[in-house]
Design a protein around this ligand. Structure first.
Ligand code: ARG
Ligand code: ASP
Length: 716
């Protein structure tokens, strides 16, 4: 009987992994083994080698890491690349000013000469990936030396992969460190802005519509990759030429229907699919709600000033968008996890694991401590993780003034070990980021945020984790006088004074900066954190990591022979599913696509995010859709949803059909499914995709940049 119950529970546990094929972000080199058969059954017409091959050009050669956290794909043999508007947002914003407001008005290069270079932006192509588990684990016998030896092995693997080729290699753990994979990249650094629609299209619906379906955002921007004459990576130079890529995506003009096969090929950032119940409990009941509360306050203050002043709106646009993005996602995540009874489900899974373990004394011996240790360690982590969250949200990324203090403080600390030349070079290297900081800085806004967030810090964080003096006196922040005074006295609030000190960066000037009241206060917070929170947090987290690794190992053993996908870690993955709408709640069904009708219906010149550009309204009125309307209804389709398992980082990813042709650009997930990083619900988790025909319509009809379409390969 006991065995039977155990078996029944095992089935419950395994069900979500095997029955719903739509969950999962798969490693391209393992498709052949685990997925291709099923993909083909679902309609895919190509082979695993068409997706990933190192001997001939394959789809992977048309996909890039865009900047620090997005995906992009090649759509012409002249290095033309499409990604999301929100992925190019920082670049678009950096080129914008009150006179040339590309954020509001859009930007279109009418020839290659007009394309805008973007210092600091790069794209990376994956050259190859490989399972290097054996090499990484080589010679590791003694557990106590494991980390050190592992590091050494990994360094060697990376070095060997980079030898004489200019590539960048990185080894990453897979399955919580049960396996190691090598990823080799070729990085291009001359990437120019080609086009971006106005925010009223590219960010249509703003943060109100963000993470929501139905959606009408034209979330795309165009860039071009430049290379030297031999097609090799080069720093920006006017002599560089457009890159001729090994592969680019043909674009389908056919549109999509319900149940069509879809595949997303990109760089999902991070998921946590195999967490224990305690971790999920902490995320949904403590950590997410805490962070949401802090950001609610910050956003309110920011929004007040942005609404009152157009200049501030431009300055804080990108900061606001990124603050708001996670803020909103966490709220959806909490709801989704609650609706799924996530903790209870995890507890059931743990019961099944326990039953499996108890079937065999050897398993018992290996894994017997996993669950009790999780219990103990997560309990021990509790106080530190709260202090950690508040520190990261308030001190680390809460205010602009502490961000610039962090940059300057790093320089000061390093500079004391440098000779004069090196010291000055390091100071000069900060120039660009200091310029950027002040371009987007409005001191009164920052002062308000500083006062209010620090008050929260004083109130919520346990006194033992704060600077002692601050904890006793934070109430004095109330009147705002303290903030005013410290900002007035600080060098960090004056670009001229700061640059004067840095342009002649002597040890005396470094010392002077050390005495700055903001730097001093910042250091007190950092010190309190690094002494009282960080070491304990790190120690417990490392232990949790080791237990998680063991738990993952057990899960892999339990699921032997079945396809299991490793958590996302910003490496190239394939997600496949189909075009389908969903039921967000009882009695409501959402269609799989939206149209221009919906944009016009939402038009509201009073609200920045819904102020439909005149030109778009004219095109709509005249039904001037050219070849871009859908043949089924004669309308311009704007976005669609599909059941591909995606996450942050997948933004900008190519969404392709059964033939491997581009049908859209991935940019978001729906509100009811934002918990998919932790728990996937095949009924409600959907990725949101820009219909590629809407992008082409905008480029051609709206922007008059139809010349760009001549480079593309349209499949009609
Ligand atoms: N939610 C999308 C993603 O996580 C898009 C975010 C950009 N848009 C915005 N309104 N903040 O990245
Ligand atoms: N919008 C996300 C991104 O930027 C995608 C997602 O979280 O679904 O990567």
């Amino acid at each position: 009987m006991r065995r039977l119950i155990a078996l029944a529970m095992l089935v419950v546990f395994l069900a979500p992994l095997s029955v719903f094929a739509k969950e999962g972000m798969w490693l391209p080199i393992l498709l052949k083994k685990y997925n291709i058969e099923e993909m083909q059954k679902m309609g895919f017409k190509l082979t695993a080698e068409d997706i990933y091959d190192i001997n001939k050009a394959s789809m992977k050669d048309a996909v890039v890491i865009f900047g620090g956290g997005c995906t992009g794909e090649l759509i012409s043999d002249k290095g033309l690349l499409i990604t999301n508007h929100h992925c190019g947002y920082r670049q678009i914003q950096a080129h914008s000013s009150l006179e040339n407001d590309y954020l509001t008005n859009g930007f279109w290069a009418m020839s290659q000469k007009e394309e805008l270079p973007n210092p600091g932006l790069s794209v990376k192509f994956l050259v190859r990936m490989a399972d290097v588990t054996a090499e990484a684990m080589k010679g590791i016998t003694d557990e106590s030396k494991e980390q050190k030896e592992l590091k050494k092995n990994i360094k060697e693997i990376e070095k060997a992969a980079e030898k004489d080729n200019g590539y960048k290699a990185i080894v990453k753990p897979i399955f919580n460190g049960n396996q190691y994979f090598l990823f080799v990249y070729e990085e291009y650094k001359d990437v120019r802005l080609v086009g971006a629609p106005p925010s009223a299209i590219g960010k249509f619906g703003g943060d109100t519509d963000n993470w929501m379906w139905p959606r009408h955002t034209g979330d795309f921007s165009l860039f071009r990759i430049y290379a030297d004459k031999d097609g090799k990576p080069a720093e920006y130079s006017p002599n560089n030429v457009p890159l001729k890529p090994k592969k680019f995506f043909p674009i389908s003009m056919k549109g999509v229907k319900t149940n069509d096969f879809t595949m997303v090929f990109g760089y999902p950032g991070s998921t946590a699919r195999y967490l224990p119940s305690q971790a999920v409990d902490r995320i949904m009941n403590v950590s997410d709600p805490d962070k949401v509360a802090i950001r609610t306050l910050k956003l309110r203050l920011m929004n007040e000033d942005m609404e009152a002043d157009r200049g501030v709106r431009i300055q804080y646009a990108a900061k606001n968008a990124s603050t708001s993005n996670a803020w909103k996602k966490w709220q959806g995540e909490i709801k989704g996890l609650k609706r799924l009874n996530a903790v209870e489900r995890k507890l059931n899974q743990e019961k099944a694991f326990k039953a499996w373990m108890e079937q065999d004394p050897a398993r018992q011996k290996t894994y017997g401590q996993v669950l009790p240790q999780f219990e103990e360690l997560y309990k021990a982590l509790k106080p530190y993780s709260k202090a950690y969250d508040y520190y990261s949200e308030i001190i680390y990324r809460g205010t602009d003034i502490f961000s610039i203090a962090r940059t300057v403080d790093r320089l000061i600390k390093r500079s004391f070990n440098y000779d004069a030349a090196k010291r000055q070079k390091a100071a000069d290297a900060l120039k660009a980021s200091i310029d950027k900081h002040f371009k987007d800085y409005n001191q009164p806004t920052d002062e308000k945020i500083f006062t209010e967030l620090l008050k929260v810090y004083g109130k919520e964080v346990d006194c033992i984790f704060q600077p002692e003096y601050f904890c006793k006196n934070y109430a004095k922040l109330e009147s705002g006088k303290f903030t005013k005074k410290i900002y007035r006295k600080s060098i960090l609030t004056s670009k001229t004074k700061l640059n004067a000190l840095l342009s002649n960066f002597t040890p005396a000037n470094a010392k002077k900066l050390e005495k700055d009241p903001i730097i001093r206060l910042y250091r007190e917070f950092v010190d309190a954190f690094t002494v009282k929170v960080w070491p304990n947090h790190a120690k417990i987290s490392t232990k949790i990591g080791a237990v998680q690794k063991l738990y993952m190992k057990a899960l892999m053993e339990m699921n032997k022979g079945k396809a299991l996908y490793p958590d996302a870690n910003f490496t190239l993955r394939v997600a496949y599913g189909k075009v389908e709408g969903y039921q967000p709640k009882d009695g409501v069904t959402y269609k799989h696509f939206t149209t221009l009708d919906g944009i016009i219906a939402k038009d509201n010149p009073e609200i920045y995010d819904y102020n439909v550009p005149q030109r778009l309204k004219e095109l709509y009125k005249n039904k001037d859709y050219g070849q871009y309307a859908d043949s089924s209804d004669g309308k311009v389709h704007t976005c669609f949803v599909a059941s591909n398992h995606t996450t942050g980082g997948n933004s900008g990813s190519p969404v392709v059909n059964a033939e491997g042709h581009l049908i859209g650009v991935n940019f978001d997930r729906c509100w009811e499914g934002t918990m998919s990083d932790i728990m996937f619900d095949p009924e409600r988790c959907r990725n949101i995709v820009l219909d590629i025909r809407y992008a082409l319509f905008l480029i051609d009809k709206f922007a008059g940049a139809g010349y760009l379409l001549d480079e593309m390969q349209l499949v009609k």
